[in-house]
Design a protein around this ligand. Structure first.
Ligand SMILES: [Zn+2]
Length: 697
């Protein structure tokens, strides 16, 4: 320690603590570069020599294993700065100033605080007082140099990486389904099961057009997807597990599956808090893109097409709400509709009636955004029906192609899945065989090893049985799905698109997919009537107008004709009779039900039609009591006489309660001893309302 150093250290410094800051960039350095760490701790002796007692030398080493590039996540450095700024530090010790900060900003801030609080700085070269101009200049220079050093190191490393990447020779961790060959070339994984799984993923996406649907299909079929373990003791091994949506997306987005080498797809940035953010770089800004660099699972055109589809799908949820992939609901035009008023995509809302789902097409986005009433809402059932009819009528030439493609896809999908499951069984069998051989090879006296190997063998056998069972079960299900008879049915359907279209067993999703093969979009405008504008693929247009769909209470309303008919019929018939007559004519209530006397009664009440009783009374008919008086008999006899048709009664309800026509000038009289049946035949009752009644409804 020079004389100069001792001059700088004053009693005021010695009264305060000495802080020794120890740091290594990475954990690896902490373990391997122990020399440097020891040198850092040895600085304690320097402090002691300058006069600090051992117990006042405080070591801050919480930052071991932290990089010096930023102060953000270096807890120890922050503590050091705090102690200095509070004036508790007399001197700060560090092996090289670079140990304190690799970032000029952090470093200069520390220098400034040191100067303000009269704190000394010590490294292996000497003691500095940052209040002195020359010392500060030197320290500043040292800080800048150390930052520059870091930069040069990094630039040299990155330059090497970039150069290699530009030639397409940079070793990048191969995505699942690829491995590096002995010559260092990227080739498809020789494991057939892995290869087929990746292929199936791409094929399924090609068919369904949605990553989610692909994942669902894998789950339904009980198919597993390979994943390589990157860390831990099992590093490099392939693990089989269910396919996740994020994984499927990553694979679909990865251009390496199209045989391209890329570099610079993402950009890593540090935030103020010290977190790393990985950002995706748009394709035009990728640093390196070499097409056909190696064998791929799809070609570049398909890759681009997939990106477009994925983008379209995600835009269904994004700000723009573009076309969305077909989903399961029955709304035929889901995702194809554009609002004719504001030009936004319309969404589907379902309501259920009598267990069936009915779509409503709604333009509500702006309304939700700004808290206004929604733009327009239109019941969709009739529109769907109309569009379906137009397609059926327009579809004749393309018919065969579409239907056959559907059939072929069904077929190939099942075969493909079955083959994959077979491979799973094969793999399990192979592993069981391996375990058996291992077990047989071990010395039986070595119980410890033999026991664990036996357990392993048993495990493998169980897995094999499970795989076999799953395979058989699924195959049986598939067979149930499409047996020969059904296949024949589908084949016959294949020649008949309209039939395929109307077949209730055709899933809505497939129907929608067919619509998408034909239609680009549909614009809806609700004014005095409904304007429907269809845009076909290939540019053809068709505009049509429909009457405004009735709202739901209108749809359930009894038709005016039926009400008029009931009004007419009430003159001559009771409720049950009217109900039977209406049913005979094939008429139905507003809710589509068969008429009953109760429904007829309700209609009479709610439309305020004159009740039958009043009508009959108005026509001059008499009650039982009045009739009994006229005939001079007991009221009970009136009913008996009516039964025997001596008088004429008209039922006014379902219980056969009657009102009676006036018997006229010459009413039947009691005749002792003559049988009623005989009298009925003899007596000529002249009915007052003798017109023959007819139902005209
Ligand atoms: Zn709108």
């Amino acid at each position: 320690m020079t004389h100069d150093a001792h001059q700088k250290v004053k009693a005021s410094h010695l009264k305060r603590n000495a802080y020794l800051y120890v740091r290594q960039s990475t954990l690896r350095q902490v373990f391997e570069n122990t020399e440097s760490t020891q040198r850092q701790y040895a600085l304690r002796q320097h402090a002691a020599a300058l006069g600090w007692p051992q117990d006042r030398i405080i070591v801050i080493d919480t930052d071991l294993g932290q990089s010096g590039a930023s102060a953000a996540d270096r807890e120890g450095f922050q503590r050091l700065v705090t102690e200095v700024s509070l004036g508790r530090a007399g001197i700060v010790l560090g092996l090289e100033v670079s140990r304190l900060a690799r970032n000029s900003m952090d470093w200069h801030r520390l220098l400034e605080i040191c100067a303000l609080t009269d704190t000394l700085i010590l490294d292996e070269d000497g003691v500095y007082d940052s209040a002195h101009f020359n010392d500060r200049l030197l320290l500043g220079l040292k800080g800048t140099m150390s930052e520059a050093e870091l930069h040069v190191l990094r630039a040299r490393l990155q330059g090497g990486i970039r150069n290699k990447a530009r030639r397409g020779e940079l070793f990048v961790r191969p995505p699942m389904g690829f491995v590096y060959s002995a010559e260092g070339k990227l080739v498809k994984d020789p494991d057939q099961q892995v290869q087929r799984s990746v292929q199936l993923l791409f094929e399924t996406f090609r068919r369904t057009g949605s990553a989610m649907a692909t994942v669902k299909l894998f789950a339904e079929q009980g198919l597993q997807f390979p994943r390589r373990v990157h860390t831990g003791p099992n590093k490099g091994e392939v693990v089989w597990a269910g396919l996740e949506h994020s994984r499927a997306l990553r694979i679909l987005h990865n251009p390496r599956y199209a045989g391209a080498f890329v570099y610079g797809r993402t950009h890593t940035r540090k935030t103020v808090e010290g977190d790393c953010v990985i950002e995706r770089v748009p394709r035009e800004e990728w640093e390196v893109l070499i097409r056909e660099a190696h064998a791929g699972y799809i070609d570049w055109d398909e890759y681009e097409q997939n990106q477009r589809r994925l983008r379209d799908n995600c835009q269904a949820y994004g700000a723009d709400r573009r076309k969305s992939p077909p989903r399961e609901g029955p709304a035929l035009l889901q995702g194809l509709l554009i609002c004719g008023r504001c030009g936004k995509r319309m969404t589907v809302r379902y309501h259920s009636r009598q267990g069936r789902l009915f779509p409503d097409y709604v333009c509500q986005r702006e309304g939700i955004e700004h808290g206004e009433p929604i733009c327009q809402s239109i019941p969709g059932a009739e529109i769907d029906e109309k569009v379906g009819a137009i397609l059926v009528e327009a579809m004749t030439p393309v018919t065969l192609e579409v239907a056959l493609a559907v059939q072929q896809e069904l077929q190939s999908r099942l075969e493909e899945a079955d083959r994959l499951r077979q491979q799973q069984v094969e793999r399990a069998r192979y592993e069981a065989e391996l375990a058996r051989r291992r077990y047989l090879r071990v010395d039986p006296d070595n119980r410890l090893v033999a026991d664990s190997l036996e357990a392993d063998w048993n495990d493998k056998l169980r897995l094999l049985a499970q795989a076999q069972e799953a395979c058989e079960r699924q195959r049986a299900q598939d067979r149930k799905l499409v047996d020969d008879q059904q296949r024949a049915a589908i084949l016959s359907l294949a020649s008949n698109f309209p039939q395929l279209w109307r077949d209730p067993s055709t899933p809505d999703r497939e129907r929608k997919r067919m619509v998408r093969l034909l239609l680009e979009d549909v614009t809806l405008l609700r004014e005095a009537h409904l304007t429907l504008h269809l845009r076909f693929k290939g540019g053809a247009h068709r505009t049509m107008q429909l009457p405004l769909p009735r709202c739901s209470w209108e749809q359930r309303q009894t038709s005016p004709e039926v009400v008029a008919a009931i009004d007419r019929l009430l003159d001559h018939f009771t409720y049950p009779e009217i109900a039977a007559m209406l049913n005979d004519q094939g008429l139905r209530s507003g809710e589509g039900k068969k008429f009953t006397s109760r429904i007829v009664a309700r209609i009479q009440r709610s439309y305020q039609l004159t009740p039958r009783y009043d009508r009959l009374r108005k026509a001059g008919m008499l009650t039982v009591e009045e009739m009994a008086e006229v005939l001079e008999i007991h009221p009970q006899r009136v009913k008996v006489w009516n039964r025997h048709r001596l008088i004429r009664g008209h039922a006014y309800n379902g219980k056969n309660d009657c009102l009676y026509e006036h018997p006229g000038q010459n009413p039947p009289r009691k005749a002792q001893g003559v049988k009623l049946s005989k009298r009925a035949a003899a007596s000529a009752v002249v009915p007052q309302c003798a017109e023959e009644v007819q139902c005209e409804a």
